[in-house]
Design a protein around this ligand. Structure first.
Ligand SMILES: [Zn+2]
Length: 329
């Protein structure tokens, strides 16, 4: 019926909820119709709070990709220096990235010189394309480009399948332009951000970012708060680096998911460590009992406590840990 739609132009208007909405005017034979509309996040709906002087954080929703959240799942941050602004993670769609850029522009006119990616997962980096016109350096672990190149098409396909055509429109996977090995400092004018790479833990391309002026530590998904931790790298590696991460927590801690902490950073690391240790211990017991992976996954119970999304991720974590630990001595 609508097989000969031709989109002529795009309109932007405020709907009744005060959200910006886009629509295309399309022509069918001699009549005009509106079809295929999508909503971008209005700046006023995109909340940021200042966790330390010049350090702003948006807390993502705890959930999976869905049209209702537009991929707004990860914590997103920016830090304002005297010379320029650095962004840490940009969200799960271009729409979310644009909302973040809008929030930055409400605070400062300084250029965005760095877009830092905590790791390769799509909820943290599919908003990068919104920043292309700012011409920043895209900073990430040197190991990220290879990992992301392998998964990029899958990430884009999954985003389209979960968010739909309209909400995934304009999203691109941007590969890093400034790879980091070891650690490196980035000068924003009057303050430095230290980007530190880590051994394989949550993924094989995790970095933390720390602000020299306020000691705010951005952990990416090396720290989950409320949201069940997800293993996509190495449970042994993750447990091994947790003491070093805890030692860095000298100020506010901004996790990859869940509320940031002013005072309870160490407690958050402890809760995560307890969970990861319980997974490792359960899997090692299953291996000692010569269980198969299927038996171990079937027998597991959801973890105690207040972890969210345990039904979605706990069995996956048992599977990942089993695959890793069955080869240890
Ligand atoms: Zn992640």
């Amino acid at each position: 019926m609508f097989s000969k739609l031709g989109c002529l132009t795009q309109l932007k208007f405020l709907n009744r909820a005060g959200q910006f909405q886009f629509a295309w005017i399309c022509v069918v034979a001699t009549s005009c119709l509106f079809v295929g509309s999508f909503e971008a996040i209005a700046d006023s709906d995109f909340e940021m709070h200042e966790v330390a002087s010049g350090v702003w954080v948006h807390t993502g929703q705890i959930g999976d990709f869905a049209p209702e959240n537009r991929g707004d799942l990860a914590n997103l941050s920016f830090v304002i220096g005297e010379r320029c602004v650095a962004v840490i993670d940009t969200g799960g769609s271009r729409s979310v990235g644009e909302a973040l850029l809008g929030a930055i522009r409400r605070k400062t006119k300084l250029p965005v010189c760095y877009v830092m990616t905590s790791h390769m997962h799509p909820d943290h980096l599919l908003g990068h394309a919104a920043f292309l016109n700012e011409h920043p350096q895209f900073v990430a672990a040197a190991t990220q480009a290879k990992a992301l190149s392998i998964r990029r098409m899958g990430y884009l396909a999954r985003q389209k399948a979960t968010l739909g055509e309209s909400l995934s429109k304009g999203t691109e996977v941007i590969l890093p332009t400034h790879p980091v090995t070891g650690s490196e400092q980035f000068d924003l004018g009057g303050r430095f951000l230290t980007v530190q790479t880590w051994r394989t833990a949550h993924t094989d391309n995790d970095v933390t970012v720390q602000d020299s002026q306020t000691q705010t530590l951005f952990t990416g998904d090396l720290l989950f708060v409320d949201h069940l931790p997800v293993i996509d790298g190495s449970i042994k590696g993750w447990l091994a680096i947790l003491p070093e991460l805890r030692a860095l927590a000298q100020g506010p801690v901004v996790p990859g998911h869940g509320p940031d902490t002013q005072k309870d950073g160490l407690k958050a690391f402890s809760l995560e460590q307890d969970y990861l240790m319980s997974v490792a211990s359960e899997v090692r017991a299953a291996l000692r009992a010569h269980q198969t992976l299927q038996q171990a996954v079937s027998a597991t119970k959801l973890p105690e406590g207040t972890w969210k999304l345990a039904d979605l991720y706990h069995r996956r974590n048992i599977t990942a840990a089993f695959a890793e630990l069955e080869w240890e001595d």
